[in-house]
Design a protein around this ligand. Structure first.
Ligand SMILES: [Zn+2]
Length: 154
């Protein structure tokens, strides 16, 4: 059967207990029905199966990312500093949607930022001493690939 992603003719419909690894944890999604491609490792699923997969993956990622730092701590320090998510992203040289992602545990918070937020949480008056640094205008994908954890693999 043809793979809709890479065009390989080795894809096959199957039902598998699918193991998803993220960081140092994993989750098994039981009896995941889909078209599995051995060449590109893509799984084509219908809406119901994709929802099961998405829910399990999202839950695991939030669990792993929240272990780095409590997302509510990030939000509380940001609010204490009087910054919107966009303003915080600009001040700390992060992608524009970074604080939304950190505060919803979609992405792990970089350790240096955790350390800086910890200091600023105790001494919010120091926020005025943060210098403005213009970072090179690099594509968002480059930022995303430099996170603490290896890319998720099936
Ligand atoms: Zn494929």
């Amino acid at each position: 059967m043809k793979c809709g992603a890479c065009g390989s003719d080795q894809a096959a419909d199957d039902v598998r207990d699918f193991r998803y690894v993220y960081g140092d944890k994993d989750v098994v999604i039981p009896a995941l029905k889909g078209r599995y491609c051995p060449d590109c490792e893509e799984i084509l699923m219908d809406g119901e199966q994709a929802d099961r997969y998405g829910d399990a993956v999202s839950k695991l990622r939030k669990e792993v990312n929240s272990a780095v730092v409590d997302p509510e701590f990030v939000a509380s320090v940001r609010v204490k500093l009087g910054l919107s998510q966009e303003q915080a992203a600009e001040l700390f040289g992060q992608p524009i949607r970074a604080f939304y992602r950190y505060e919803s545990a979609v992405r792990p918070v970089p350790v240096p930022l955790v350390q800086l937020l910890t200091v600023l949480g105790n001494h919010p008056e120091l926020v005025t001493e943060i210098p403005t640094v213009k970072y090179p205008d690099v594509p968002t994908e480059d930022w995303d690939s430099c996170c603490t954890f290896p890319r998720p693999r099936p």
